[in-house]
Design a protein around this ligand. Structure first.
Ligand SMILES: [Zn+2]
Ligand SMILES: [Zn+2]
Length: 211
């Protein structure tokens, strides 16, 4: 499985395209401007990839700004955890609050994901971890064979997700990090929702929030 990172929108959010054979999954499409849409589309077309799904780690506005573009462009569905539905349903108001006047309303997911679900991706598997605390329905995606975790806004290089937004809770977040993430193999690469890629060993050693 391969992974390509893009950093989009005023929040510098990381959008990931994971691909295997000629199929791809788009995780947290954050493209907001036409230029950003073209960058994403250009990568997919240049590599002759066929998008099959949109996955959202959670429904905060910076992670869903490109949902409509991607869903309509390739006629694919959105998958996320149902506990983040209130956030998604409130997204237009949130966009207005941040002055994101070009926000294109995200379609609603037809399917929900939860702990224990597995997405079979051309023979490779993505495990779903339920990791609330930053948002009530936050999930992470784990590919064991490539040793990759896509962590959304749960953990960052030397930091953790904020817990002061609606539905956030610090104790819940720390419990998610301890029970779902730090127990993964030390060499696991963590592809975060913002900032640089990191790994389990470095976060155990250097992350000031985990000492
Ligand atoms: Zn977030
Ligand atoms: Zn974010």
């Amino acid at each position: 499985m391969n992974i390509q990172k893009f950093t989009f929108n005023p929040f510098q959010e990381n959008t990931y395209v994971i691909y295997h054979k000629n199929k791809c999954i788009i995780i947290d499409p954050g493209c907001y401007t036409i230029e950003e849409e073209e960058i994403l589309q250009g990568f997919i077309e240049k590599n002759t990839l066929e998008p099959i799904k949109i996955l959202n780690t959670h429904a905060h506005i910076d992670h869903i700004l490109g949902n409509q573009f991607v869903a309509e462009k390739w006629n694919i569905d959105i998958f996320m955890h149902k506990y983040d539905m209130p956030i998604l349903e409130n997204a237009r108001k949130t966009a207005e609050m941040y002055g994101l006047t070009q926000y294109k309303t995200s379609p609603l997911p037809k399917y929900f994901l939860d702990e224990q679900d597995i997405i079979d991706f051309e023979g490779t598997k993505l495990n779903i971890f339920f990791t609330p605390g930053h948002s009530p329905g936050h999930i992470c995606f784990y590919n064991k064979s490539s040793n990759i975790l896509i962590s959304g806004d749960v953990i960052f290089k030397n930091s953790i997700g904020r817990t002061d937004l609606p539905g956030g809770d610090y104790t819940t977040l720390m419990n998610s990090i301890t029970s779902k993430i730090l127990c993964l193999p030390e060499t696991t690469s963590i592809f975060c929702g913002h900032g640089d890629v990191t790994n389990i060993a470095d976060e155990k050693k250097y992350n000031p929030f985990l000492q």
